[in-house]
Design a protein around this ligand. Structure first.
Ligand code: ZN
Ligand code: ZN
Length: 429
């Protein structure tokens, strides 16, 4: 008996006027997911909880069964760990973006035009690691580009443990109760990092972040890669924005031991990989996402089938639809959902035995195109296969899922235990 747990990033949405009141998922032609809905049951789920518009990290933690109010210690450490860098308690870990600023520190683009190649980012990272020495406190640091404009920074103290009680330099997010929250309508100015409490190490940690920011800007501004980008009419990646400071890794229970099942994961992004690895899942090697989602999906199906017999449960995180939703591009979001349906579900369904496999499809959060941001709106959940009887659901969509027999799951952390119950047959089908 297998469990296939597929999370489609930012899939949930709200009705869109231009789509005749349909959501992108509803408007998309998704015959394979609809088939699973017609033989399964569905419902809606608040991935973290009502009233919380989560970032992916908190949401993924929650929908893998770890209640964030107990387990979450910030995004920075998860990103650092997921990127393969070491992290000890007292190290300061931050999520970073390459960005473009002007002489007045006004942010022209939070993602440096969103066209920074991994090769460019890698070279800029090397220049930062070689060229910067932090002098305001005895520390070492490691800076690493991850995917596109994304990067991470870990600062390791050679004296006292560093503090995570510091503000973001990225104005688009604030820290509220240790959780990164997206802010709307803010002035796009590179912020100076401030201590969030009157504590020696918080003051020192904020100072280190500001020292790094200043020195990184000097190196990046003059770097040949940026000179070249400027000549080509592209935006310079001349600043590093930082957010989501953390100074320890969460201690998660081992998911294999908790449920007596062997878990593997196929995930692209460092933060999801970090969470999955901390949970004890075996990561399956896959290349980073290309621009071609159909190719990526087919490759993932191939990899999945290669290791099919070695594990009981597979967590697969598919990244695509969130990004166009942030741009308000509902047409592209619907198209990506169609491509995922065709190239992932259309390939995997004929290759496995559904009477011997439980499939769950859901999202980590809603990213409504009209909000261009994550929201707390519940996401659709579909559970199918393994002899489950249809509850009358006819299609996979928010509207249909509202009527499903799963009802409303109030907290995403309840889903994984529920899936294991269905898998083991302890819940009636
Ligand atoms: Zn997400
Ligand atoms: Zn997003």
């Amino acid at each position: 008996m297998k469990l296939l747990y597929i999370v489609i990033d930012g899939m949930g949405d709200l009705p869109i006027e231009e789509l005749n009141g349909k959501t992108p998922l509803e408007a998309a032609d998704t015959p394979n997911m609809d088939y699973l809905a017609r033989i399964g049951i569905s419902g809606m789920m608040y991935t973290v909880g009502k009233g919380i518009a989560p970032e992916s990290d908190v949401a993924v933690l929650s929908i893998l069964g770890y209640e964030p109010s107990i387990y979450y210690t910030g995004r920075g450490p998860l990103e650092v760990f997921g990127s393969g860098l070491s992290m000890r308690n007292g190290d300061l870990a931050l999520r970073c973006n390459f960005a473009t600023i002007n002489n007045e520190k006004r942010i022209i683009d939070r993602r440096a035009g969103r066209d920074l190649s991994t090769e460019e980012a890698k070279e800029l990272s090397e220049a930062i690691n070689k060229g910067i020495r932090l002098e305001s406190y005895p520390v070492d640091f490691e800076f690493k580009n991850t995917i596109g404009h994304r990067a991470i920074l870990v600062i390791r103290s050679r004296a006292k443990p560093l503090s995570n009680k510091i503000s973001n330099t990225d104005p688009a997010y604030s820290m509220e109760g240790g959780v990164g929250v997206a802010k709307a309508n803010v002035e796009m100015i590179l912020q100076s990092c401030k201590p969030l409490e009157d504590d020696e190490m918080a003051i020192i940690s904020a100072k280190l972040v500001n020292e790094f920011t200043e020195k990184a800007h000097q190196i990046l501004e003059m770097h040949p890669i940026n000179k070249k980008r400027e000549l080509l009419g592209k935006l310079k990646a001349n600043a590093i924005l930082m957010r989501d400071a953390g100074n320890r890794l969460p201690s998660l229970f081992n998911i294999n031991e908790r449920y007596g099942l062997k878990f593997a994961c196929l995930v692209d992004m460092p933060v999801e990989r970090g969470i999955a690895r901390l949970a004890g899942m075996q990561p399956i090697d896959i290349p980073p996402p290309s621009k071609n989602i159909e190719f990526d999906c087919e490759l993932r199906v191939k990899k999945l089938l290669e290791v099919w017999n070695e594990y009981d449960c597979f967590y697969i995180h598919i990244k695509g639809p969130d990004e166009p939703a942030h741009d308000g591009n509902f047409v592209l979001k619907a198209l990506l959902l169609e491509q995922i349906d065709k190239s992932f579900f259309g390939k995997i369904i004929p290759s496995i035995n559904l009477s011997d496999c439980l499939i769950c499809i859901t999202a980590d959060h809603s990213t409504p195109c009209k909000l261009k941001a994550h929201s707390d709106d519940p996401v659709p959940v579909l559970i199918s296969g393994n002899g489950i009887k249809n509850d009358g659901t006819t299609k996979f969509s928010e509207n249909e899922a509202k009527k499903g027999s799963l009802g409303i799951i109030e907290k995403g952390s309840k889903l994984m235990p529920l899936l294991v119950e269905y898998l083991k047959g302890s819940r009636s089908l």
